[in-house]
Design a protein around this ligand. Sequence first.
Ligand SMILES: NC(=O)c1ccc[n+]([C@@H]2O[C@H](COP(=O)([O-])OP(=O)(O)OC[C@H]3O[C@@H](n4cnc5c(N)ncnc54)[C@H](O)[C@@H]3O)[C@@H](O)[C@H]2O)c1
Length: 421
Amino acid sequence: MKKYTVAIIGVGNRGGDVYGRLLMQFPEQFKIVSLCDAKEDRLSLFGDEFGVDPALRFLSEEAFFAEKRADLCVIATQDRDHVRHALAAFRLGYDIMTEKPLSDIATECEELLAAQKKYGGKALVCHVLRYAPAFVKMNELLKSGAIGRLVSIDATERVAYWHQAHSYVRGNWRNRESSTPMILAKCCHDLDLLQYYAGARCKSISSVGDLTFFKKENAPEGAAARCVDCPHKDTCTYSATSFYLDKWAEEGKPTDCWPYTVLAPVPVREEALVEAVKSGPYGRCVYFCDNNVVDHQITQMTFENGVKATLTMMGFTSVMGRRITFYGTAGEMTLDEKEHAIFVERFGEEPQRIDTKIIEDNGYGHGGGDLCLVEGLYDMLEGKATAETSLERSVESHLMGIYAEESRLAGGKLFYVHGEN
Ligand SMILES: NC(=O)c1ccc[n+]([C@@H]2O[C@H](COP(=O)([O-])OP(=O)(O)OC[C@H]3O[C@@H](n4cnc5c(N)ncnc54)[C@H](O)[C@@H]3O)[C@@H](O)[C@H]2O)c1
C-alpha cells in the first residue's frame, strides 16, 4: 500500500482539527510532513501533534510554496485564499484536496480547471455531504426508483439562529467582500447535492433574499456596541456573554472545542475567552457588526432533465440541519438531518422510516462524511476512482451559486447557467 505524504496549508478548524487529525488515523496511507499557517499557535499545536519537522513548518505561504513539500496539498485556508493556493499547488505539481467554496467569480473557477488540465494534478473539493452515508443512501433510494421518476426537490438549509450569529454576523463569513456570498459560503454543499440528486446540470436559476434583521435599526433600546457593556446582556437571545462565557462554563470549560477555539488560542483558557468577548469580533452586538450577507434566501432551479428544485437558506431556525423532500411520480421521501432519518411514503403504502443514525455514526462530523471523504481521497490518489467531488463537478455547482447571487442582486431575475443571459 502506497503511503502519500501530505502538506497542509491552513491548520485551523478544518485543516487541523478535522482533516489533519483524520489523516493521522491512517498512518499506512498518509504521513503529514509539512504545515503552513499564519498563526503561530496553530502551527506549533499541530506541528507537535502530527510530528512535523520544525524546518517544514511555515508561517508564510511564500516560503511554503517555494518548493513542493509532499505528494498531496490540503488547502484549508479561508474562502478568498483557495484559488490562489490551489493554483500555486497545481503549478508545483501537487495533487490537491481543497476546501470549498472555490470562488464566487466564474473566471476564477475556469482558471482552476485550466490549471488542472495544464499541470495534471488530481483534485478533490471538500463537498463532504456527497460522502456522508445518509446522503449517499438517499441517492441510492432515488436511483433505485423508490419514488418513481423524480419530479422536484424542496430543500431547506436550517442554519440555526446562534450559528447564523456566530459565523454569518460576527464571524468569518459575515461579509461577502472578505469571504463569499451566503449562497456559496453556506449553501455550496446544498447546490452540489441538488445537482447530484437531480442527476443533471442546472439549466436556469433565480433567487431572492435579504439581510433583514441583523442591522442597527433592530437593536433594542439602549443596546451597547459590545455585549459586556450592554444592559440586555442577560436577556438578549444573541448575547455573546451567554453564548461564549456562560455556555462554556456550563459545558465544563473545554479547552479544545469549537466554537470556543475560534475565539481563543488552544488550549482555551478563561482569561483569553473573557478578553475575546470583551474586545474581539465575537463580543460585538449582532446589530452593530460589519456584516452584509443575507439572513435568509430562497432559490429556485430547473435542471436540464426537467427536474425542478427550491432551496431555502434560513438563519431563523431553532435547530440546525438540512431537510430535503423529494417528490416523485410514485411517492415522496424526506431526508431530515436533525431527525437522523429518511421518511419514505410510497403512494397507497404504509409510510416507512429509515433510521440513518447507525450508518452516520462513525464518530466524525458532517454525518460521517468527513471520514468517508478521506477514504475517497485515497482512492482518488490511487487512480482507482475519480473524486466524487471533482473540480469539474464542483465548478458546476459554483456556477449555480454565482448566478443565484447575481439573480438576488438583480431582484430575482432568471439566469441561464450555460446559455445567453
Ligand atoms: N467542507 C465543509 O463542510 C466546511 C465546513 C466548515 C468550513 N469550511 C471551509 O473551510 C475553510 C476553513 O475554515 P475553518 O473553519 O477551518 O477556518 P479557520 O479560520 O479555523 O482556519 C483557517 C486557517 O487558515 C489560516 N490562514 C489564513 N490565511 C492563511 C495564509 N495566507 N497562509 C497560511 N495560513 C492561513 C488561519 O490562520 C487559520 O488557522 C473555509 O474556507 C470554510 O468556508 C468547509
